[in-house]
Design a protein around this ligand. Sequence first.
Ligand SMILES: [Fe+2]
Ligand SMILES: [Fe+2]
Length: 169
Amino acid sequence: MITEKMRDALNGQLNKELFSSYLYLAMAAYFEAESFAGMAKWMNLQAQEEHEHALKFYDYLIKVSARVKLGAIDEPQFEWESPAAAFQAAYEHEQFITKSINELVDLAMTEKDHATATFLHWFVDEQVEEESSVSEIVDNFKMIGDSKSALFMLDRELGQRVNAPEEGN
Ligand SMILES: [Fe+2]
Ligand SMILES: [Fe+2]
């Protein structure tokens, strides 16, 4: 069993993961509209991965006999200034998620909830991967600057993504 406080916090994270999925799908749609098919594909896969993260919280809550409560998902941003700005926003969002996961670990520790702390460890590791892969793309954008041909190449490269940048789920 987990405490009500822990349950509510985990339900809150389930919602944040669904929002992440929604945000990245909105970015994918933006890239499609701007004809960056590779970036759209990358973000679409990222959106799917976030949905899987949400399901991990769903499954865990069920496993510990805690009630899943699905709240409203915020409307994500619709437009970005540039592809670089969208990836920068994705990077900042991942930093926000990392902070949120760390707070959950802190809570699990105060609650002396070792099972939940262990469950959360996967997410601690995952956030290191997520921040690193998005920050690498942000760096690529900085390197290419205003070069249209380099932007085209980057779009091609991001379109090569077949699954998660790391091991996925
Ligand atoms: Fe996530
Ligand atoms: Fe993420």
